[in-house]
Ligand binder design. Sequence first.
Ligand SMILES: Cc1cc2nc3c(=O)[nH]c(=O)nc-3n(C[C@H](O)[C@H](O)[C@H](O)COP(=O)(O)OP(=O)(O)OC[C@H]3O[C@@H](n4cnc5c(N)ncnc54)[C@H](O)[C@@H]3O)c2cc1C
Length: 398
Amino acid sequence: MRVHVVGAGPVGLLLTALLQSMEGFSVRLYEKRREYTRTRMVQLAPYLVADSVESYRADAIDGDSVDAIFDPHELDQGLAFRQSIPSDLTALLKNWSLGFCPLNSIERSVSDLIDERGPNGVERTAAVVTAEDAMAMLEPGDVLIDSTGSSSLLRDHLVPGSGDADEGANTVKVRLEYALVITFLYGQRYDCNEQCKYYKNIESAQYKFIPMVHRTYYDGSVSHVTGIVNISAEEYEAMPSRFDGEWLRSNVLGVAESMDRFIDKIKEETHGEIIGELEIVRIPLDLYRARNATSRQWLKAGPRDHPFAGSPVFLAGDSAIGSPYFQSISLGFECAMFLAGLMTQSDLPLGEMLDRYELYIYKQWLRVYMRSKMIKHNKDLFESLDDPLALLEKLHIY
Ligand SMILES: Cc1cc2nc3c(=O)[nH]c(=O)nc-3n(C[C@H](O)[C@H](O)[C@H](O)COP(=O)(O)OP(=O)(O)OC[C@H]3O[C@@H](n4cnc5c(N)ncnc54)[C@H](O)[C@@H]3O)c2cc1C
């Protein structure tokens, strides 16, 4: 089976490496970037390398949702697939899920692994692929996987319509908030928990810096700290997309003062220093999903001569679902593993394969939707902890 994977970010690369190790697949991998340069530190969820249902659902926030959403046999199948992953890839996954690592080191290590494996079975093309290119490259029976990230190449082409893509035709989006993602390095060990978040923000009534759960990581000499500060839509619009602490001090004094108070309290406790500058990105924290994560609508109702009516298309990673609060790569990897497992079942009728992937994506969406809403709700409550009336307003107990 010939599989076209468009987009060699972390998810496209993982899918390629999985398919490469399975019999009967030849993969064409397309990527527009010449180099992997994204240095932001990311963390993968421990459930990615779980070896039992207990460890898979050992998450303080969504352990119960996992039981409620997935059937036991689905969880068992997922674990069985994980155990079948070749040891070279498993070793990488285990390593990444230990702590933080730069995004480009994940990308480079899977990319190198793909290139070094022999016999290879992967043909790489450095090119910007357009939707028209993607349609033209398909021969009947080929599979097309769109792993081009949040601005997905094909998401809005998966619904048969007038022919042109209708922006938003196939996307459900929930905007949770606007935030500054602030990262810094600190020259001593620094671990954070809920009490720490509270006491270090106690004098900051408006802007609270909240290191995300497990968003601090000590690598033996330096602590990596990443957290978010909630900002308004107007503040978001007035900022550049990326800036440093100096720009923050000159332009958004309230956030700068809140950061200074937070950092001073860390220093009081552990007597270290900040290394380098604050790195700041402003992002809208959106939850979204593709209503159709496959070409099943073309298969059911599209004109027979359209390329998507004869060749299955799948969205994977941020193309299919996006979520804030630092969980998307894990979710994308999870879906990539499921898709690779599905593709090995050569006796599965095409319609059923598409339906099963859709159902799985929908279940993962439910899980991440509930998880993200819960995190947002907890953050909202946290920001009003010192104001009981405002807190009660947000509780909606019954
Ligand atoms: C500040 C920040 C911090 C984050 N931290 C975390 C974290 O700690 N944990 C976590 O799980 N997630 C985190 N994320 C989210 C994570 O980075 C994304 O979920 C992840 O990169 C998505 O992977 P992907 O492979 O689906 O898409 P992408 O990483 O977006 O990769 C898509 C690839 O497709 C290529 N491409 C796009 N269009 C085309 C085209 N037309 N032709 C050819 N190639 C194309 C792109 O060049 C790119 O290489 C963070 C995000 C941000 C912004």
